[in-house]
Design a protein around this ligand. Sequence first.
Ligand SMILES: *Cc1c(COP(=O)(O)O)cnc(C)c1O
Length: 362
Amino acid sequence: MTKRVYNFSAGPATLPLDVLKKAKEEFLNYDNTGMSIVEASHRGKAYDVVHKDASKLVRELLKLPDNYHVLYLQGGASLQFAMVPMNLLGEGKSADYVITGDWSKKAYKEAKLFGDVKIVASSEEEKFSRIPKQEELKLNSNAKYVHITSNNTIFGTQFDKFPSAGSVPIVADMSSDMMWRFFDVKPFGLIYAGAQKNLGPAGVTLVIIRDDLLKSCNPALTTMLKYSTHAEKDSLFNTPPCFSIYILRYVMQWIKDMGGLDVMEKHNREKAGMIYSTIEESDGFYKSTVSKDSRSMMNITYRLPSEDLEKSFIEEAAKEELVGLKGHRSVGGIRASVYNAMPKEGCEKLSEFMRKFAKKHS
Ligand SMILES: *Cc1c(COP(=O)(O)O)cnc(C)c1O
């Protein structure tokens, strides 16, 4: 047996073992082509099936209506911070941004270069420990879009219910919670997600864009930075990140085989629930850093009574093959990322370790 640890890293993150096994099995000879998929032409038949199938599965899982396009871009979610306003803003246009963490701040910073951008709510004064409520959002009805970060990977908060913005389309960075559950895409004009948290390996960014937004994009941009270039060529204008898309396709198939997104959500709530209960039942030894109604089901952040204890927690956990638990360098503490591919057994083992550690050190 190959050594496998429980990897709680925030990203790149753990992937379904069945997907990795499948990729290994067919790595040298993909579908009897006599070559690896990483050696296959992106214009060839073998890759074409992979490419189309990936999109078919994305559409199927999210029940995407026909007026949405599925794109595979490069440059990570970070390039989308700029591509969104570049394409959608310009002279006389404005956008609303909800600031819930470092990623939304970065998105806002880029957007300011391209138009009139307003912060309509921010939880920064409360150290991003919660998601602003609907009634706190000072939304502008003439905005081109309202931008949110659906899950805050660093701070461990997540929108449980998405804001309603009337007829203004929502643009969402779903990098760390895309496909964790089913949701209605209709209020969304554009969704983007770097793959390396919940969808596959680094290198591809999944973008879903609604037709009306696509048509309203700034035509005076360089070719590669226009959404329309990639939409018109089904993301084959230039060489796409073939291998990342190939893995993404198998991850989508794995979700489907698990029973789809509703089943996925049930699993995820159960898994995260286990760790949140362990925190609550620890008599204050573990302290959640977020308010209860804003808890993320993907990234669970908490503190221990001292930084020294946090250090030994991480060290001792690693000895039990529980790795990647160090909080983001900007906030410290502990972060357990429990994306779709983290098995329930990993969460059970972590909870058990947490109880044992607390008992020993309280
Ligand atoms: C990781 C992450 C990003 C950055 O993604 P890159 O692909 O590294 O650019 C942006 N937003 C969120 C919510 C993330 O979790």
